[in-house]
Design a protein around this ligand. Structure first.
Ligand code: PLP
Length: 387
């Protein structure tokens, strides 16, 4: 009996960062204390080491570490001088930051609907929204922000064609996509500039806020380097443009080096095993996530789609009663956010985003989720839905 009880995790985590820390503890503690002992807290050699390792892993020339995934997006828009009068296309079904940065630059977000199978930007609707914007003649289309939602890269082959046709830059918001692939090519290489977030719950997270910008373009890399440290010129007291204070802490860089190693060695493979097992066990009772042929996800989230809002609320309550945590990503699409009321958008512009906001529910997923816990979750989901 005691053995049985010990096998059941009574405190199941949505994303189990504690178990991860316990696995990495020796290496992690040493990495953190080494930075403390060196007293090189800001910039210093760990930052360069981390930037080199992440650029190499992703397969781009430049990685510039910064303070968050939000700042990373903002830095990209600053480099391209995105400003009032510019239109930036962004999916409506995403985390707020993807759209927020556009407004922070004074530009206008144009919300694009998503595909109901991949949760990513619907490229036909992107074309449509670009044409509409051009026809209205008030804004200058400049950038497409394509999000790798829930770990799955957006359909960049097709997005690139549309962007090229209309002369737009692509900014890949890879905050959730780090580790994903299309063929052999990794996420965070598909944009003219790409970004990621190291928020703790992301595929590779640090122990606080952090982010990075990736690009092959030397000139833009130099500008990002400057913008993220108060617009520095030849040194930090020579300021040649208005910038930000958006450095990554050296301690976070040291943490990320340990995390990247585990991610490369087994975490990414293991989280894919968890996702495959979920799909195997659940695909006959509920709509499970679809990964198109040739695509590989890093599973920032594992998201089911229920019939309607009531069914979702029922499932969430049933799982909660069994101490199984779930989350709704995302309950309000961007075109319905109060902060964007000033855009006076029409009601039916992104119907799939509306539908998803009412029907999605994400299950616990991380590389350390045991098969026992997974079975418990799947049994609970099936038990509820077969009723
Ligand atoms: C988390 C996230 C961001 C913002 O990253 P922070 O590091 O939290 O600033 C941006 N876009 C998407 C899609 C995200 O999930």
């Amino acid at each position: 009996m005691r053995l049985y009880i010990r096998n059941i995790n009574l405190n199941m985590q949505f994303r189990d960062l504690k178990t991860q820390y316990n696995v990495l503890k020796d290496e992690m503690d040493k990495a953190i204390l080494d930075v403390v002992a060196s007293s090189a807290f800001v910039m210093g050699p760990k930052i360069k080491e981390m930037e080199t390792a992440f650029a190499e892993y992703v397969g781009v020339k430049h990685c510039i570490a910064c303070n968050s995934g939000t700042d990373a997006l903002l830095l990209a828009l600053k480099v391209w001088d995105v400003k009032p009068g510019d239109a930036v296309f962004v999916p409506s079904f995403t985390f707020f930051a993807s759209a927020e940065v556009i407004a922070m630059q004074g530009a206008t977000p144009v919300f694009v609907d998503v595909d109901k199978d991949t949760f990513n930007m619907d490229v036909a609707d992107l074309e449509c929204k670009i044409e509409q914007t051009k026809k209205a003649g008030k804004l200058t289309p400049r950038v497409v922000i394509a999000v790798d939602l829930f770990g799955l890269p957006a359909d960049f082959k097709v997005i690139r064609k549309v962007a090229d046709k209309h002369g737009l830059y692509i900014l890949e918001d890879g905050a959730q996509g780090f580790g994903g692939r299309i063929g052999d090519r990794k996420a965070c290489t598909f944009g003219d500039i790409s970004t990621t977030s190291f928020f703790p719950a992301k595929p590779v997270g640090c122990y606080g806020d952090g982010g990075a910008v990736f690009t092959d373009n030397d000139e833009w890399a130099e500008l990002i380097e400057s913008y993220h440290i108060h617009g520095k010129g030849s040194d930090r007291y020579d300021n040649v443009r208005i910038g930000m204070n958006s450095r990554l802490d050296s301690i976070q860089a040291a943490i990320l080096l340990v995390k990247l190693k585990a991610f490369k060695e087994y975490e990414l493979v293991d989280v894919n095993k968890v996702a495959a097992r979920y799909t195997e066990k659940l695909k006959d009772v509920v709509k499970t996530p679809i990964v198109p042929e040739g695509f590989y996800s890093s599973w920032a989230q594992y998201t089911l789609q229920l019939e309607d809002k009531e069914a979702r609320a029922g499932l969430q309550a049933a799982l909660k009663a069994l101490d199984i945590p779930t989350a709704i990503y995302y309950p309000i699409p961007m075109h319905r956010q109060t902060a964007f009321n000033y855009l006076n958008l029409d009601d039916n512009r992104c119907p799939i985003s509306d539908q998803l906001a009412d029907t999605v529910i994400s299950l616990p997923i991380h590389p350390y989720l045991s098969e026992t816990d997974q079975d418990r979750i799947c049994d609970a989901v099936c038990g509820f839905l077969k009723k």
